[in-house]
Design a protein around this ligand. Structure first.
Ligand SMILES: [Ca+2]
Ligand SMILES: [Ca+2]
Length: 233
């Protein structure tokens, strides 16, 4: 059965029952965060599974009798995930499944390759989201580019949020690596890069692996953008 990404439905469980729903998100380029809550009427010990478009499990949660469980997923533009509902014990009762959703605001996406790099304005911070995304494994990488107008040095700063750990690679117009820097989770990478006049690319990713789905709260790296800045010295 198809569900809207923001909706509430009631279903019915009996012993051995599994209910499967498909949820298709809008085409916002940054993707959509879908939050899912499941609660039985009285005695049901709920189980909730999220699967990606290829039906690979991306999240699993279970709860005790009468508990409400929740999970979230970051879903790529215009794609679908599956939500599977069942229970640990075999009671016959109704349940409520509540979905809420919102777009991930990231004007720079799609920027998963050097060809689609987001242009930077020198001296001005640009914000992005570092997140693993269900149904698009490439989206986690963000490419940027800038134009150096004279020979000298620029300072590159990538200020990460949440569990994302900055891995920052600067490449020249021939896509040869000029400089690399990294830092820990939620930390800032800051380094100087020698430049000649011409185009440069910056590939931003995370050294700490992130998951496209989880239980409980939506994680801070999906709520709070990171920033990247290139400043002539
Ligand atoms: Ca991004
Ligand atoms: Ca990206």
């Amino acid at each position: 059965m198809a569900l809207e990404p923001t909706s509430t439905i009631t279903g019915c469980m009996s012993r051995g029952d599994k209910d499967m729903y498909v949820v298709t998100v809008p085409s916002d380029a940054g993707g959509t965060v879908v939050e899912v809550r499941l609660r039985g009427q009285n005695e049901m010990a709920p189980r909730l599974e999220l699967l990606d478009g290829d039906r690979n499990r991306i999240e699993y949660e279970s709860g005790s009798k009468g508990a409400e469980i929740m999970s979230w997923a970051h879903v790529a533009a215009g794609t679908s995930i599956y939500v599977r509902v069942d229970q640990i014990h075999g009671v016959d009762e109704g349940y409520t499944l509540t979905l809420s959703s919102g777009p991930v605001a990231e004007p720079g996406e799609p920027n998963d390759t050097w060809e689609t790099a987001t242009p930077l304005t020198l001296g001005t911070p640009t914000q992005g989201i570092m997140s693993a995304v269900a149904n698009n494994k490439d989206q986690i990488v963000d490419w940027y580019r800038f134009e150096a107008t004279e020979s000298g040095t620029v300072e590159v700063t990538a200020d990460m949020t949440g569990e994302a750990a900055p891995k920052v690679e600067v490449l020249n117009g021939d896509r040869k690596r000029v400089k690399y820097n990294s830092a820990g989770r939620g930390a800032r990478a800051r380094f100087d890069v020698p430049v000649e006049p011409g185009t440069y690319y910056i590939r931003v990713s995370t050294g700490h692996a992130l998951k496209p789905a989880g239980g409980e709260q939506v994680p801070p790296h999906l709520v709070k953008p990171y920033s990247i800045t290139v400043t002539p010295q």
